[in-house]
Design a binder for this molecule. Structure first.
Ligand SMILES: NC(=O)c1ccc[n+]([C@@H]2O[C@H](COP(=O)([O-])OP(=O)(O)OC[C@H]3O[C@@H](n4cnc5c(N)ncnc54)[C@H](O)[C@@H]3O)[C@@H](O)[C@H]2O)c1
Length: 331
């Protein structure tokens, strides 16, 4: 294949990171950039090249694209994934995949049937430390997992609205939920408490700023994730315990402790976005889905856990993730 012709839908914060990496990749070219905000599209085209659009459908109609990066807010996905997949355009979609389980599950089916290469922006999977942790854990059984995503307020206007972002767990802390699944196994049941404590005076806010999530793996292991944007700095990490071992990921650091053995320490130097985007382009060129660490179908499973947690918050009851067919989003 000659250069991979890449289109972009959504050209805001994270798209800028993808645009930087794709524009530097000699196996790819920025062919078109779409943003509903015309000035944003024009400015990015000036910076990275390609043709500017304000309508994704029009871009798909007029351009010949091999791959598409979708970096729109959670509420704004529309039908772009299905439309691109039906045209055979390979997809890299930012997390979270959407806000409605059934809608995203239908997209996953169309993507699967189309046979395109597909990835989701669960970039932490590409950390070298996460790869080392996964390798270490491959023959081990975690019995308890505890994670945290503790950060500050995100001023982006759509973030604070439940109907647009799905709240912090769906939108941000989903990265830690994803690691809990990637390293610990499938989550069967969740129970969540959430509350708006600190940011009550932010105009238009209706999402909780503190969340406590409990979950049970299908192995019977248990887990917990703390999530907040009521802090002044940013910390995130996860610990997985089992009989005589502990795996601790604290930001970019990994520590593996084992009873009777020397402690192992690793630090990640990797640029996760760069690696993720390069592997996606490689996967498109080689037609090799295995190069991608988070497929669309897998991203749907992480979304399901976070949506189930939201449902638990609404009902005050534990929710089985497999019962999501009955999920009704809060509105
Ligand atoms: N993987 C990560 O680490 C990471 C980091 C940041 C953001 N994200 C995710 O990326 C997504 C976007 O976040 P962001 O911070 O870039 O948001 P943003 O608000 O900065 O940018 C979103 C852009 O999409 C545009 N847009 C909205 N609807 C559109 C549509 N229908 N067609 C074309 N353009 C449209 C907006 O005008 C805006 O420019 C979110 O889902 C977020 O969770 C992921």
């Amino acid at each position: 294949m000659s250069k991979v012709r890449v289109g972009f839908v959504g050209a805001g914060g994270i798209a800028n990171v993808h645009l930087q990496h794709v524009s530097k990749n000699e196996m790819a070219e920025v062919t078109a950039i779409c943003d509903i905000h015309e000035e944003t599209a024009l400015q990015k085209v000036k910076q990275y090249g390609g043709a500017a659009y304000t309508n994704g459908d029009e871009m798909l109609e007029k351009e010949t694209l091999d791959a598409l990066f979708i970096s729109v807010p959670p509420f704004a996905h529309g039908e772009i994934e299905e439309k691109a997949a039906r045209k055979g355009i390979h997809l890299m979609v930012e997390k979270p995949l959407g806000l409605d389980y059934q809608t995203v599950a239908k997209k996953a089916e169309v993507i699967k049937q189309s046979g395109i290469i597909n990835g989701v922006g669960y970039c932490l999977r590409y950390w070298e430390t996460v790869a080392k942790a996964k390798e270490y854990l491959k023959d081990k059984k975690p019995t308890m997992v505890r994670g945290h995503y503790l950060s500050s307020f995100v001023p982006t206007p759509w973030y604070r609205e439940w109907k647009k972002s799905g709240g912090q767990l769906v939108e941000q802390s989903t990265h830690i939920v994803d690691l809990a699944r990637y390293l610990g196994g499938e989550i069967e049941q969740v129970y969540a408490d959430m509350s708006l404590q600190v940011h009550r005076n932010v105009p238009n806010i209706d999402i909780p700023d503190v969340t406590s999530l409990n979950f049970v793996y299908d192995s019977g292991a248990v887990g917990h994730i703390d999530s907040t944007f009521a802090q002044f700095d940013h910390r995130m990490g996860i610990e997985l315990f089992g009989e005589d071992f502990r795996v601790v990921i604290d930001g970019g650091n990994l520590t593996i402790l084992e009873k009777g053995a020397d402690t192992m320490n690793f630090k990640t130097e990797l640029d996760v976005y760069g690696d993720q985007d390069r592997l996606f382009i490689d996967a498109v060129i080689k037609g090799d889905q295995d190069l991608i660490l988070s497929s669309y179908e897998d991203g749907l499973k992480t979304l399901a856990v976070t949506l189930a947690a939201n449902q638990s918050h609404e009902t005050g009851l534990p929710v089985k993730v497999s019962d999501l067919g009955k999920l009704v989003m809060k509105n």
